[in-house]
Ligand binder design. Structure first.
Ligand SMILES: Cc1cc2nc3c(=O)[nH]c(=O)nc-3n(C[C@H](O)[C@H](O)[C@H](O)COP(=O)(O)O)c2cc1C
Length: 209
């Protein structure tokens, strides 16, 4: 099968994209608008970029219904700050409830029953239930079109990494205690620690046998 995505309706192209790029980690993004109202939403088009400077990015698409910007993107453009809260299995169902398209004045922390905790370096609050938080200042936003199916890339500079003490040892985060989940296609998710295996990275061609 050979498919040219630009010949497809965007929803069909989207299905191929989420079926090809997976499993995806989830950025649970907290923001404030310029009036100080809080917003919380999950984004699985999310990854790290580099360590120094520590940069991360996620990609909010335009709303499929009317092509408008999602509240997370509007808020970041207004206030230039956000927090990426890591999603653990323990609260995945509540996380899913924040993805409902609420009017912009609804605080999804309250709607889905999450607790706010003050951040150290930015104004948007952290999700208290998350065990790792990346506090970010906006580095750059890139836009790719203005119709449903299009989206933007938000690049953030991480000012602070906040880790719950019991997860942190020798400069590393304990994956088992973090218990993160990943998104697959459609409504499917995967547990990061369900069935793991290790594969040491080779350093030299001579190590290949
Ligand atoms: C697990 C999960 C991952 C999601 N990932 C994305 C994504 O990468 N990009 C996107 O535009 N929407 C994504 N969504 C949908 C948004 O969370 C949803 O549109 C939300 O209402 C946006 O909220 P906001 O308008 O408050 O920013 C995802 C939803 C879920 C449940």
């Amino acid at each position: 099968m050979e498919i040219k995505p630009d010949t497809l309706a965007w929803k069909d192209a989207y299905k191929l994209l989420i079926g090809s790029v997976l499993p995806r980690p989830i950025a649970f993004v907290s923001t404030l608008n310029e009036d100080g109202e809080a917003n919380l939403a999950p984004f699985s088009f999310f990854t790290g970029i580099c360590a120094d400077p520590m940069l991360v990015c996620f990609a909010p698409m335009l709303r499929g219904t009317d092509g408008s910007k999602k509240d997370t993107l509007s808020n970041i453009e207004q206030t230039k700050e956000f927090v990426i809260n890591v999603v653990s299995e323990e609260f995945v169902e509540r996380m899913n409830n924040t993805a409902i398209e609420y009017p912009s004045d609804v605080d999804e922390f309250e709607a889905a029953g999450f607790e706010k905790e003050p951040s150290v370096s930015v104004r948007p609050p952290r999700v208290k239930e998350s065990k790792v938080h990346l506090e970010c200042s906006l580095h750059e936003v890139l836009h790719f079109g203005d119709e449903p199916g299009a989206g933007s890339l938000v690049i953030g500079k991480v000012n602070r990494v906040n880790i719950r003490d019991e997860l942190y040892a020798d400069g590393r985060i304990d994956t088992e205690k973090l218990n993160p989940i990943g998104r697959l296609a459609g409504p499917s998710y995967t547990k990061a620690i369900a069935e793991t295996f290790t594969l040491e990275r080779k350093k030299r061609p001579g190590e290949l046998k």
